[in-house]
Design a protein around this ligand. Structure first.
Ligand SMILES: NC(=O)c1ccc[n+]([C@@H]2O[C@H](COP(=O)([O-])OP(=O)(O)OC[C@H]3O[C@@H](n4cnc5c(N)ncnc54)[C@H](O)[C@@H]3O)[C@@H](O)[C@H]2O)c1
Ligand SMILES: O=c1ccn([C@@H]2O[C@H](COP(=O)(O)OP(=O)(O)O[C@H]3O[C@H](CO)[C@H](O)[C@H](O)[C@H]3O)[C@@H](O)[C@H]2O)c(=O)[nH]1
Length: 331
């Protein structure tokens, strides 16, 4: 009875592995370390270095570890890169997911939890966004995730497999106990970048556009603490284990903060007045993305405990500081 966590050496997967281990589950992490780090795999989890699209390897891992459920985090995640390298994104996010799903079905794994994204909605017609909105992704990244959702839906009809696809809004923060956090080599996420500016890892940062139709002109997003998100995965697994139907669920708190509000919170919590420039809009940024977050609360009984912007920021800052000392000690 082991959970296979693909991408468990990365940001969200390592937090999910921690949540599973904290709940007394056995975990095996499969990660090719293209972005993740061996040290990010939580103590107590078994680790296999390899590709989730390698069917023979995954078949062996499932058999050797008696895997009964899969949480699939492995993937390529940078939206602008997906525009430049679309075929690479379809290979890693769609083709490799197909391979993983094939082995899951062949091996009799019945429960599958998938990392999807609010990016599947594209430019939504209104906000908050509920799960029944049309899927109209505007990037290859969003399309690659939508295609995997479709494969899951079809496979779940044809085979003895049930799934939950979790559509994450803006994931941020770090494990409150300091055991993991966001370490991506190519940081693009706002709270990560602002935390780097506050801790001196980068000299300044920019706001991408101040002329949106929002109260302060900057974009609004629904920031969700990574540990609340990790717990949602554990609850989704329990839901499937007690016979829950396959479903898709938004993961957000149902409220939003503007870029300016986020930067203000990072300055307040850190006590550092770092330099912020004004830059042009970043292509493809919708003005506001807020989740309708009722379904996940109702169906999974999910009750977030870190729904506080300053909490999210504090944990992100603590992690950024700890990364600096890690680099110093590694030098
Ligand atoms: N971070 C976000 O805000 C966000 C938002 C929505 C959805 N997601 C999704 O959540 C998942 C995890 O994202 P993250 O932020 O933790 O990213 P991450 O880059 O930190 O983690 C991804 C991990 O997957 C591994 N990986 C990539 N391709 C692989 C492959 N073919 N085989 C094995 N391992 C592979 C990487 O080495 C890395 O450790 C992704 O699927 C991403 O699309 C993330
Ligand atoms: O240095 C920065 C970084 C970001 N931003 C702004 O901050 C907001 C949030 O940007 P992020 O890059 O942190 O996040 P996105 O909303 O672009 O995208 C993230 O959330 C999406 C869902 O909302 C998808 O899940 C996607 O995979 C994930 O990267 C945007 O308005 C962006 O323009 C800045 O102003 N300056």
């Amino acid at each position: 009875m082991t959970v296979l966590v693909t991408g468990g050496a990365g940001y969200i997967g390592s937090h999910a592995a921690l949540a599973l281990l904290d709940g007394g589950r056995d975990v095996v992490v499969l990660d090719n370390l293209s972005q993740g780090h061996r040290w990010a795999v939580p103590t107590g989890a078994a680790f296999v270095e390899g590709d989730c699209g390698d069917e023979d390897l995954v078949r062996r891992v499932i058999a050797e570890h008696d895997v009964t459920a899969i949480m699939h985090f492995a993937g390529s995640i940078i939206v602008p890169d997906s525009v430049i390298y679309p075929l690479e994104y379809y290979r890693n996010n769609t083709v490799n997911s197909r391979a993983l799903l094939q082995v899951a079905v062949d091996s009799g794994v019945k429960h599958f939890i998938f990392s999807s994204t609010a990016g599947v909605y594209g430019e939504p017609k209104a906000t908050p966004i509920n799960e029944d909105f049309a899927l109209k992704p505007i990037s290859p990244y969003g399309t690659s995730k939508m295609m995997t959702e479709k494969m899951l839906a079809d496979a779940a009809i044809a085979h003895d497999l049930r799934y939950v696809a979790l559509r994450y809004f803006n994931v941020a923060g770090a494990d409150p106990k300091g055991r993991s956090g966001q370490t991506s080599r190519k940081a693009t996420h706002l709270i990560k970048i602002a935390s780097q500016a506050a801790t001196g890892t980068r000299p300044q940062m920019a706001i991408y556009g101040e002329d949106y139709e929002t109260p302060d002109g900057t974009c609004i997003r629904d920031y969700i603490h990574v540990s609340d998100l990790a717990n949602a995965h554990v609850l989704a697994l329990e839901y499937l284990e007690r016979g829950g139907e396959s479903d898709v669920m938004n993961c957000g708190y149902g409220r939003g903060f503007s870029v300016r509000e986020v930067i203000g919170a990072v300055k307040k919590v850190s006590g550092v007045d770092f330099e912020v420039e004004l830059a042009d809009r970043r292509p493809g940024d919708p003005a506001a993305l807020i989740a309708a977050a009722d379904r996940i609360r109702q169906k999974l009984g999910w009750t977030p405990v870190h729904d506080d912007l300053e909490d999210i920021v504090r944990h992100a800052l603590d992690w950024e500081q700890s990364l600096k000392s890690r680099e110093v000690s590694a030098a």
